[in-house]
Design a protein around this ligand. Structure first.
Ligand SMILES: CC(C)(COP(=O)(O)OP(=O)(O)OC[C@H]1O[C@@H](n2cnc3c(N)ncnc32)[C@H](O)[C@@H]1OP(=O)(O)O)[C@@H](O)C(=O)NCCC(=O)NCCS
Length: 162
């Protein structure tokens, strides 16, 4: 687990697979995901992912010691590729630059680790997220109709990949 200081009282914590004992923080992220994230994972989904073969980077953002958001990337070392699976800022803390801070810090960390390329899927109506990703040089590569189980369509976005 590594952490950096940012705006006052704001701390970014990175959790990498098999590098730290961060079980309390992970439990808080799982809880926030369950309570707030559109298309949350179940506790079992998290257990299968975190204990499975995939490498990952999990990022927590804390303000005055309280979790206010998180990001999760699945990593493929051979391709230098990171797949952004989750990014979330709690609703009362949005529009304060924290989503941008998460992206900036994560991109820096991922590049330091050798992951120069990223991709993600985002619901096509999720303008705040799409705008945020575009701000950090993601571009839309294609649209998939009815991609999600509720019938909504997705945009696929990439960064650093042509
Ligand atoms: C997307 C999300 C992470 C943005 O977090 P945030 O802390 O509010 O974002 P910031 O305040 O740092 O804004 C950064 C940029 O995002 C974009 N943005 C954020 N909110 C926006 C909104 N309501 N409308 C349009 N663009 C918006 C803008 O480009 C903004 O830059 P600007 O302030 O220079 O215009 C947040 O809205 C969220 O958690 N949404 C729910 C979860 C989600 O949809 N995650 C993405 C799943 S793929």
């Amino acid at each position: 687990m590594t952490s950096t200081s940012n705006p006052p009282d704001c701390e970014i914590v990175f959790i990498q697979k098999n590098t730290s004992n961060s079980s309390e923080l992970i439990a808080s992220i799982v809880e926030m995901d369950r309570d707030e994230f559109n298309r949350a994972w179940t506790k079992n989904d998290w257990d299968v992912f975190l204990q499975g073969p995939s490498d990952y980077l999990l990022q927590a953002i804390l303000v005055s010691g309280s979790l206010i958001g998180y990001g999760l990337w699945k990593l493929s070392k051979a391709e230098e590729l990171a797949h952004l699976l989750k990014l979330h800022i709690t609703i009362s803390s949005r529009k304060n630059g924290l989503g941008a801070l998460v992206m900036k810090e994560a991109i820096g960390k991922l590049e330091t680790l050798g992951f120069n390329f990223q991709y993600l899927e985002v619901e096509e109506s999720n303008l705040p997220a799409i705008k945020l990703y575009e701000k950090y040089s993601f571009h839309i590569v294609h649209r998939k109709d009815k991609y999600y189980s509720d019938g909504k369509s997705a945009l696929f976005m990439k960064r650093g990949l042509e």
